[in-house]
Design a protein around this ligand. Sequence first.
Ligand code: COS
Length: 396
Amino acid sequence: MLGSDILDLPFFDEAHRAFARRLAAWARETVPPLVDHHDVDGSCRRLVAALGEAGFLAACVPGDQGGLREGLDVRTLCIARATLGYVDGLADFAFAMQGLGTGPISLFGTAEQKAACCPSVRSGHAIAAFALSEPDAGSDVAAMTTSATRVGAHYRLDGLKTWISNGGIADCYVVFARTGEAPGARGLSAFIVPADTPGLAIAERIDVIAPHPLATLKFDNCLVPAGAMLGKPGDGFRIAMATLDVFRSTVAAAALGMGNRALAEATARAVKRQMFGAPLADLQLTQASLADSVAELEAASLLIFRAAYAKDQGKPRITKEAAVAKMVATENAQKVIDRAIQVFGGLGVKKGEKVEELYRDIRALRIYEGATEVQKIVIARAHLAEHAAAAEGGKR
Ligand code: COS
């Protein structure tokens, strides 16, 4: 969980601290009995309903839809994911997808579109999903081929979307497709597609090392009204990227929560476990391992809340800050969790141990919502653009 060393920083106000305390207490009590990792669909439905009933999903929608603040407050989303990620990866997932799935609607929807989707997602009565990736277009979003063809008052969607979280249990998808105003990134649009729309089918459920609802979706002659489009034709890429700018910091926060939990487990083990006639924690190599983990997690925390704070203060683009936070936090958390396993020894890889679960949970976070390699592209491009702008400024 997030400690007062972080929450007392001036990045936060009293409402953030109260939210963190309330969610931490709720999650410790409520989440474990709701989760059955052998029934991820049922667990996610129960978690979404409980999070909604307790009011926490209000963090996932804007103020005009019953949200906590006027816009999406990135610091609150990050606090929530760090707290839930500490307790259980599936609880973090269930919360996060309500936000990501409606993110494009919250950020770019009309009042009507928001009113149709956000209240049921906030209350936990509906499950949301974000459908961007395709079999041949994951990192390279501009290469997507799912098409949306204008047919009278409708668009007809055809194609495949894959790695879609909540695929199979979602009530509503935000789907990105090529409308073709221009080649590449400028020819994409975004649509709100209810799960029961004829022509939308689940082609395959996908099982992964840390199971959560995941599927490939098939669109075959799937008609949606033209009014289901978010923004204007051709806005899809910008909508996807702006949504990811908000949610990438929150992936980093989930990784932080998982890393913090691994460090807590490793520390408790190191203090308790006797080795060579003394606690494991007395060995300097154990201390070095704990020290590296402390430093890496604290560095990640500061980067996450720098990005979130900048966005919440109204900085229009936090693309670089979010990419730095996501890359550092997910990579560091993977290292911290690996070290925790080492402290546990053989017990660390035993099924059912928390650190073994965390080892599986963390892996996908270095890939989804932009793999580490994509974050490096984003960071380097932003850095080089800053350099060019400074050089240009120097000439004047
Ligand atoms: N916010 C708003 N607009 C953005 C933006 C952002 N964060 N990022 C890019 N844009 C705009 C650019 O300004 C550009 O606009 P113009 O055409 O008007 O100049 C346009 O979008 C195209 O941008 P760019 O040239 O950077 O596009 P690329 O195809 O080169 O994008 C990356 C490359 C790798 C950055 C992008 O495809 C990406 O982020 N991929 C990862 C996607 C991902 O996270 N996948 C996982 C699926 S979700 S689980």
